[in-house]
Design a protein around this ligand. Structure first.
Ligand SMILES: NC(=O)N[C@@H](CC(=O)O)C(=O)O
Ligand SMILES: [Zn+2]
Ligand SMILES: [Zn+2]
Length: 431
């Protein structure tokens, strides 16, 4: 029997909206007791005094690049980055090579994740074959193989007719559709947000409308088909307005925002650092304010990283030539705390909710809460701990972060998956 007692922490219950002092006893990978004054028996004790004990964080949007782009990231290196970032589960996007549009690739990802043996990896399957936006994938087969959602992330579904059919079938098989909203004829050639800064810098822009047109289209199709729709990486105030209005009418739409979109603006592009090149692009101060308001009022359900590693060589080129994407797993919680919790945009419980129960509900996962009988997937957070971001310390192969040198407060100090400590910064464990 394997026993671990988490002693002296403050337990976060995102469902009840409470934080209370309690110990947690883990036996053979499951939580067997939550309460004051628990005793470990012959087991080990982890001292979590002064720390928050939260359900394991779930990142529902990462790119692990395997199969096909292992120089950028592998499922093993991505899993280490997730564990170090406080995540016990991730959902990985299908834009690999080959694309995760068939049972073999989904099975391969699950096998590699089990071999890595750190965090739970839930594959998201492609919506269309090769994510080319033409023919639908075998959705029922993909679900049976273990896919938790369908998305052509990385590529827009240009055809409304294809998206409509995709939603009809996805609804039938019971998988949510995650939409990367980008109208390709409007975004074509753009490398940053279209506005004052793109004019000053002389870089081709991607207008807010390129995102908002597709948000509007997909909301209309979700309402028409009844298919649950999740909008990935929302970046503009106009998208927020559309989602808020759709939710008020009862459309089954949910949405996520990334830490970089609620933290940075297009001003960050001014030094041509290619780590600021991301799709959708960093927007304006007004957009950042709207995203924070949407987090606070519940319009945005989830915080997800869109962790998109690239090699140094690929990013070390002229701004216009660099690939889109930045790494997010190892700075996410610090940015959530520093930018949202410390300034009071979200309470600690609300922030944890958007990293646990909300993504779990959208993906249909039985996790995201701490309860007796459940898998012991737990993230220990030190809300006071401060650290300056140093990409050299990342477990990810990607170093493409725009947050290098930034001081963050509120960091993960231990990550526990099924009772196993997969990351421990410095907490004492007495056996
Ligand atoms: N977000 C990005 O800038 N890049 C993502 C693709 C995506 O999420 O659309 C990638 O795969 O690199
Ligand atoms: Zn995308
Ligand atoms: Zn993505």
């Amino acid at each position: 029997m394997h026993k671990l007692l988490l002693k002296g922490g403050r337990v976060v219950d995102p469902q009840a909206g409470e934080i209370f002092a309690a110990d947690i006893l883990i036996v053979d990978g499951r939580i067997t007791a939550i309460g004051p004054g628990l005793e470990p028996g012959e087991g080990a004790v982890m001292d979590v005094a002064g720390k928050l004990v939260a359900p394991g964080l779930i990142d529902m949007h990462v790119h692990f690049r395997e199969p096909g782009f292992e120089a950028k990231e592998t499922i093993a290196s991505g899993s280490r980055a997730a564990a170090r970032g406080g995540f016990t589960a991730v959902a990985c996007m299908p834009n690999t090579n080959p694309v995760a549009d068939n049972r073999a690739v989904i099975t391969y990802i699950k096998t590699r994740a089990e071999e890595a043996g750190l965090v739970k990896v839930y594959p998201i399957a492609a919506l269309t074959r090769g994510s080319r936006g033409e023919e639908l994938t075998e959705m029922a087969d993909l679900k049976e193989a273990g896919a938790v959602a369908l998305s052509d992330d990385g590529h827009p579904v240009a055809s409304a007719a294809v998206m409509r059919r995709a939603m009809q079938y996805a609804r039938m098989v019971g998988l949510p559709v995650i939409s990367h909203c980008e109208e390709p004829t409007l975004s074509a050639g753009g490398v940053m947000h279209e506005g004052y800064m793109s004019t000053v810098l002389g870089l081709p822009g991607i207008p807010a409308a390129a995102e908002e047109i597709m948000v509007a289209r997909d909301i209309i199709l979700s309402e028409y088909t009844g298919c649950p729709l999740h909008i990935a990486h929302v970046s503009t105030s106009g998208s927020v307005r559309l989602i808020r209005e759709a939710k008020a009418r009862g459309v089954p739409v949910t949405a996520e925002v990334t830490p970089h979109h609620f933290t940075l603006t297009d001003r960050a592009v001014a030094d041509y650092n290619t780590s600021t090149k991301v799709n959708p692009p960093l927007r304006t101060e007004e957009d950042v304010a709207a995203l924070k308001e949407a987090l606070a009022d519940g319009t945005i359900d989830v915080i997800a990283t869109d962790h998109a590693p690239h090699t140094l060589e690929e990013k070390d080129v002229e701004y216009q030539l660099a690939p889109f994407g930045l790494v997010g797993l190892e700075t996410a919680l610090g940015l959530v705390w520093t930018e949202l919790v410390v300034p009071g945009v979200l309470s600690p419980v609300e922030a944890i909710r958007k990293l646990t129960v909300n993504p779990a509900r959208i993906l249909g996962l039985q996790e995201g809460v701490l309860k007796v009988g459940a898998d012991a997937d737990i993230t220990i957070i030190d809300p006071e701990l401060m650290e300056v971001v140093d990409p050299a310390t990342f477990a990810s192969k990607g170093r493409n972060t725009p947050f290098s040198g930034r001081r963050l407060q509120g960091l993960p100090v231990a990550t526990i998956v099924k009772g196993r400590v997969v990351y421990n910064r410095d907490l004492a464990v007495i056996a």
